[in-house]
Design a protein around this ligand. Structure first.
Ligand code: NIG
Length: 395
């Protein structure tokens, strides 16, 4: 059935509608009308227009689907022993990436495809309706290109992260040359973004700049892994190159915070990763207070954050990082959309991350009467139903 054949759907029984839209705000006793893949109407239930059919969600809270703007879903293998060692006191090192790269290269295309599909399904079942995902566990021209191709079959925003780690035995500058040359050409048809792990043990600021400028010249948008393991130049580089987002941001100077606040670069915090690496929590409160745009993402990956649960990330941001529930929900929806430059729609691609007329009909229904329950009942299975692109896919 085509989208327009589905007719309009009136969703009623919404105890609280969190639109994350400045004009609509939060509406008690609300209704939403979906037509095709877009929202046709949203407002108080008493004023709802008629539609072809109705669905009653039984007094539950509805919010936009999560926009998870930082994941690494294309991988095989397991790093539970490394995690256990970390919980026993070892520090996280970038070198663990090589363990996953070996397992990923050994997997055939069909297996990788099945693994990515299952992870996207799992994220959807937790309320995530938009995902970014990265390459970065291939680290050869062939394996980066197939990672990008497989990712593009499952998610809209694919990021080239050839500059994740210098493979063993290669000269760092030679590897950067490869990333900027034949590797970039091979992945470019499948990706929208480029990223670099600008950190000690991975890529220096100068190497990162070379990679990012080459990718920008090839037409890709920019993202940066920055200031995760210690203070450094990742944030400044991201702001200088007008990257859409700089992610991790655990170790920030006042200058970094000020630079982010005065820029269009989103500061993406990764609460599950911070817990799972026992890192100092990213200063999300300070960033918001300074006026920066903050996104919350899962960073789902086998090394530092093996979860796709945005419900968990939002609860952690509230309980541990000092955000209000409204701030955390906004960061995990509109914040993520801004980090992917998807907050403004076009004629053929509706905006995501908020619920208003003409935005994409991505709805997350909680098994609770208000969004506050996300942090009030941490760890509980609160996702009750999910619509993506106007289609009910969960429940
Ligand atoms: O975002 N920091 C770099 N990349 C991933 C971790 C990669 C790994 O250890 O496998 C991250 O945390």
């Amino acid at each position: 059935m085509s989208l327009s054949d589905r007719g309009s759907v009136l969703i009623t029984g919404i105890a609280e509608l969190t639109t994350v839209d400045e004009e609509l705000g939060t509406i008690p006793d609300a209704a939403v009308v979906i037509e095709g893949e877009r929202i046709a109407w949203a407002g108080p239930a008493s004023r709802a227009p008629a539609a072809d059919r109705a669905v009653d969600v039984g007094g539950r809270a509805v919010l936009p689907g999560w926009v998870d703007s930082h994941t690494h879903l294309v991988f095989d293998g397991d790093r539970a022993p490394e995690f256990a060692a970390r919980m026993a006191g070892q520090a996280y090192e970038a070198g663990g990436i090589a363990v996953t790269a070996d397992a990923t290269r050994a997997a055939d295309d069909a297996r990788l495809d099945t693994l990515v599909a299952a992870r996207v399904r799992e994220a959807l079942a937790g309320g995530t309706t938009s995902l970014e995902t990265k390459t970065g566990y291939g680290l050869t021209v062939r394996d980066e290109a197939r990672s990008a191709r497989i990712a593009a079959a499952h998610v809209e925003d694919v990021t080239f992260l050839g500059a994740h780690l210098v493979p063993d035995g290669l000269d760092p500058d030679d590897y950067v040359e490869l990333v900027c040359g034949s590797m970039l050409s091979a992945v470019a048809p499948h990706v929208r973004w480029a990223d670099v792990f600008c950190e000690r043990g991975a890529f220096t600021v100068e190497q990162s700049r070379r990679v990012l400028t080459a990718c920008r010249d090839a037409g890709l948008g920019l993202r940066v892994h920055g200031n995760q393991l210690g203070p450094g130049g990742g944030v400044a580089l991201a702001v200088e190159l007008r990257a859409a987002s700089v992610d991790h941001v655990n170790h920030l100077t006042d200058d970094d915070v000020e630079a982010l606040a005065g820029s269009a670069t989103v500061a993406t915090v990764l609460p599950a990763c911070d817990l799972s690496t026992r890192a100092p929590l990213a200063p999300a409160r300070q960033l918001l207070d300074a006026g920066a745009t903050v996104a919350i993402a899962s960073n789902a990956n086998p090394g530092t954050s093996w979860t796709t649960s945005m419900n968990f990330c939002v609860a952690t941001a509230v309980l541990q990082m000092g955000l209000s529930v409204a701030e955390a929900v906004e960061a995990a929806t509109l914040g993520g959309a801004r980090a992917l430059r998807r907050d403004i729609g076009t004629a053929d691609r509706p905006a995501i991350g908020r619920l208003a007329v003409d935005t994409r009909a991505d709805l997350h229904v909680l098994d609770a009467p208000s969004a506050v329950h996300l942090a009030y009942r941490p760890g509980m299975p609160l996702t009750w139903a999910v619509w993506r692109r106007g289609e009910q896919l969960v429940r």
